[in-house]
Design a protein around this ligand. Structure first.
Ligand code: ADP
Ligand code: MG
Length: 366
């Protein structure tokens, strides 16, 4: 059982501050994913936990003990990088055993651990090979095996699948999930890929420019984003974020979007007339029939992508805002067509001028 706590972590390189005060409690046994765009500070934060970087300010606690000045080798954590960094002249067995042989561990125990890890990763038949005789996926498994044999308190993985091709990444993703189930250790996994984050994590930490944007389960982030950054980052294709105006007249609240006006309920009394961002995911938009009235938005279709089982439409509103629509099945729609769209109210998100959420889900007024 390993709990890792970060308290008020700041990190600067010279004058450049890259981590701006991060507080996090990472629960024992969880699969935690740090996700965010390139340069947001994911690797820096992971390296701070590992002990490969010193903080400028703040504390790192592992199982209640402050470890700021404990060297990486004594923190009991194992790190796996994007580049496998295997020793080319050593066999797979030796690559995995090497770290343990430098301790005073008994040979039988080392053998037991290497065979156990090889078994978990299904690379037993490769133990006598050298790295050059392995595929990319097999090499990454050896790198993970080298971490497993240490029986660490927690695994720290920095974009471990980034060098693999798309198909292999999906396979390895499933294997990592089942590995987490079998070793039952805390895993902290860094990726810029929100699909990896959604599929692997118990808890996702979304980082943006050195700050935590939101922490939550994958579905909590999808259903209730707290700001436009998370709304746009989690989910694929990304949420449509449209500029509109919220107008309150007495008890009635309406949204003005392009040439449409629609009323909604469920908005806090304190929210007054203002610029708003209306968030609606491509999968939460309905195409209304010709006879339907009161479209939430009318678009002209620019492009249609028919994938057979599903269809993506890309279009523009009358005021030139781009919009993506996702529909199941096949559609007989062409570029140039005008479509009346309805937004599902329980999936309509509103954000204020600073990008902070006003509400996730509203009620229809009709
Ligand atoms: P990520 O892993 O999210 O892509 P990093 O943690 O690697 O981001 O980097 C965060 C920021 O810190 C970036 O702007 C990067 O340029 C900067 N940075 C990282 N390492 C160093 C370093 N050793 N010296 C100076 N700047 C650094
Ligand atoms: Mg990185």
């Amino acid at each position: 059982m390993t709990e890792i706590i970060l308290q008020n972590i700041h990190k600067s390189y010279g004058d450049a501050q890259v981590i701006h005060g991060i507080n996090l409690n990472l629960k024992s046994g969880e699969f935690i994913v740090f996700v965010g765009p390139s340069g947001c500070g994911k690797s820096t934060l992971l390296r701070i936990i590992a002990g490969l970087e010193q903080v400028s300010e703040g504390d790192i606690l592992i199982d209640g003990a402050r470890v700021n000045h404990i060297p990486a080798s004594q923190r009991g954590l194992a790190m796996v990088f994007q580049s496998y960094a295997l020793y080319p002249h050593m066999t797979v067995y030796k690559n995995m055993a090497f770290g343990l042989e430098n301790s005073d561990m008994l040979r039988e125990e080392i053998e037991r651990r290497v065979h156990h890890a090889a078994d978990l990763l299904q690379i037993t038949q490769l133990l006598q090979r050298k790295p050059k005789a392995l595929s990319g996926g097999q090499r990454q498994r050896v790198a993970i095996g080298r971490a497993i044999v240490r029986e660490p308190k927690a695994f720290l993985l920095d974009e471990p699948l980034s060098n693999l091709d798309a198909e292999l990444r999906v396979t390895m993703r499933r294997e990592l999930a089942s590995l987490h189930d079998s070793v039952a250790s805390t895993m902290i996994y860094v990726t810029h890929d929100q699909v990896e984050a959604m599929t692997l994590a118990d808890t996702i930490v979304v980082l943006h420019a050195g700050r935590i944007s939101q922490v939550g389960t994958p579905l909590a982030l999808y259903n209730t984003p707290q700001n436009t950054f998370v709304a746009g980052f989690i989910g694929s294709p990304r949420m449509n974020l449209l500029q509109g105006r919220l107008v309150r007249e007495a008890e009635k609240v309406s949204i003005h979007l392009a040439s449409s006006v629609f009323s909604i309920q469920g908005i806090d009394q304190s929210v007054n007339t203002q610029e708003v961002t209306v968030g609606i995911r491509p999968e939460h938009i309905d195409i209304l029939s010709d006879k339907a009235k009161n479209a939430d938005l009318t678009i002209t279709v620019d492009l249609i992508e028919q994938l057979g089982g599903e269809t993506y439409l890309y279009g523009q509103s009358e005021d030139g805002q781009s919009l993506t629509v996702h529909q199941p099945g096949q559609l007989t729609i062409q570029a140039g067509d005008r479509l009346d769209l309805g937004f599902r109210r329980d999936h309509l998100h509103l954000f204020d001028g600073d990008g902070a959420v006003i509400c996730n889900g509203t009620r229809r007024v009709s």
